[in-house]
Write a protein of this length. Structure first.
Length: 462
């Protein structure tokens, strides 16, 4: 409790979500009412989407505390679960059931047996999944299948999913169409506005027994709002740190400068300059920003100036028109000094020849060579079934000259049809074939004679 002095142990702004610190802002309280209706009536799964630090975990803890007497509550605070077995083990652990040394099928049957058994809560179980956007699609599908379990027309499991904006994108996946159709409530959280920020800070100080309006006046609350953007987590950080700095300095009231100093300390920024010295021009070229106070509330132009520049061309530096004119002049000078990367060194031009399609390439006309012997053979095929090449015949152009016998000379001397094998050519062929160096078998002599007679006859006719 507050005893006139605040110290390090007096912390109205906790760094972790606490149910006692729940503040009924418009967005989070509307989400709590909608989800409470879905849970009580068993309408279907509910989903909470919000940026980081907007109170998703606080909302889940509040709902778990609200329905703890009606349902067996299981809250999965860490969404880093990679397998179905790990998911089922985490649920059974939250329910206080055995979960070790069991495979996936046994864990699923144990959960189903627990839900159908009643266990003192006839309404079933309430499953709260925080950081649900980190779960893979297969685990979200497993949770959907568990939420389908019902008994006598009432669902055995009520489900609430909470996560960041990626959770809503995850439900846009076609694999989760059936799950997306079953969602009965989609709630969205957002940061506090200015009024809610001031009411939250002063209500927390008052709840801990301190003078809220005296310790945190309105101008200090406005500075907290500008520094944190209305995000509840950042509000708690800034207010807790500014109370610690005020205790060290022995101050009984918080000023906007204290808030700026605390915010700079948290963000590792330079300490803001006092108000009376911030209007003096700086010698070095630095960019100075105004305080965290809203410019519209202070009825003064935004303090944005570039120090260390010549002001001869502008008549009045405090006028916005003069500042815009100076910025345009600096941009024009920067464009004149700028050189593209291509103009620094010699340019290299790359020329690529046009590729020719292989089927469109023109080739030279082929020379057709007439084979008279093949044409003659096609007109009058051999009656014995084998050609002259089959018995080792070579054309005259490719055959070596032989001293014993020449087919070309024999063809020139051949004048008539060979009948009966009594001509001189046949006698010459027999002399060559009967030579001792090449003595073929008797069966092949008659065949070769017949082939030569047919060959000489064709040569003569051609």
């Amino acid at each position: 409790m507050y005893n006139g002095n605040f110290g390090p142990d007096w912390r109205p702004f906790a760094s972790v979500p606490l149910v006692d610190h729940y503040f009924p802002a418009s967005a989070i309280d509307s989400a709590r009412k909608n989800l409470s209706r879905c849970i009580e009536r068993g309408e279907g799964p509910g989903m909470v989407v919000g940026p980081s630090g907007t109170g998703k975990t606080m909302l889940c803890l509040t709902l778990a505390e609200q329905f703890r007497n009606d349902f067996q509550v299981a809250m999965l605070a860490s969404g880093r679960l990679g397998t179905r077995r790990a998911l089922l083990q985490a649920i059974l652990y939250e329910l206080g059931r055995p979960y070790r040394d069991m495979d996936e099928g046994e864990l699923r049957l144990a959960l189903i047996d627990y839900l159908h058994g009643g266990n003192g809560n006839p309404k079933g179980m309430l499953l709260m999944v925080d950081e649900a956007h980190t779960l893979p699609i297969r685990l979200l599908e497993e949770i959907r299948l568990m939420s389908n379990m019902a008994c006598e027309g009432r669902p055995l499991m009520r489900l609430v999913l909470a996560g960041g904006p990626a959770l809503e994108e995850r439900f846009a996946n076609p694999k989760l169409d059936s799950f997306s159709q079953r969602l009965s409530a989609r709630c969205y959280l957002e940061a506090f506005n200015r009024t809610e920020t001031c009411n939250y800070i002063q209500s927390r100080i008052t709840a801990e027994g301190g003078p809220g309006g005296e310790l945190f006046p309105d101008d200090a609350c406005n500075s907290v709002y500008h520094a944190s953007g209305g995000v509840p987590r950042l509000i708690n950080q800034v207010c807790d740190h500014v109370l610690l700095l005020a205790f060290v300095d022995g101050r009984r009231s918080i000023s906007p400068l204290d808030v700026e100093e605390a915010w700079s300390d948290l963000q590792q920024l330079p300490v803001p300059c006092p108000t009376e010295t911030s209007s003096k021009p700086a010698e070095s070229g630095v960019i100075e920003f105004g305080s965290l106070d809203d410019a519209a509330e202070q009825n003064a132009p935004v303090a944005f100036r570039v120090a260390g520049l010549d002001d001869d061309e502008c008549a009045d530096d405090s006028e916005p028109a003069g500042q815009i004119h100076r910025i345009k002049r600096l941009l024009a000078e920067a464009e004149d000094d700028f050189q593209p990367a291509g103009s620094i060194g010699p340019e290299v031009e790359l020329n690529f020849e046009e590729q020719i399609h292989p089927f469109q390439e023109k080739y030279e006309e082929e020379e057709i060579v007439a084979d008279r012997y093949a044409a003659a053979r096609a007109k009058q095929p051999l009656t014995f079934g084998t050609s002259a090449y089959a018995v080792g015949y070579e054309p005259p152009a490719a055959r070596r000259p032989s001293s014993n016998f020449c087919i070309a000379e024999a063809a020139e001397r051949f004048e008539g049809e060979c009948e009966g094998g009594e001509c001189e050519d046949c006698t010459a062929i027999e002399a060559v074939e009967d030579a001792p160096t090449s003595a073929p078998p008797p069966a092949s002599v008659e065949q070769r004679r017949h082939e030569y007679r047919q060959l000489f006859s064709r040569l003569r006719r051609s």
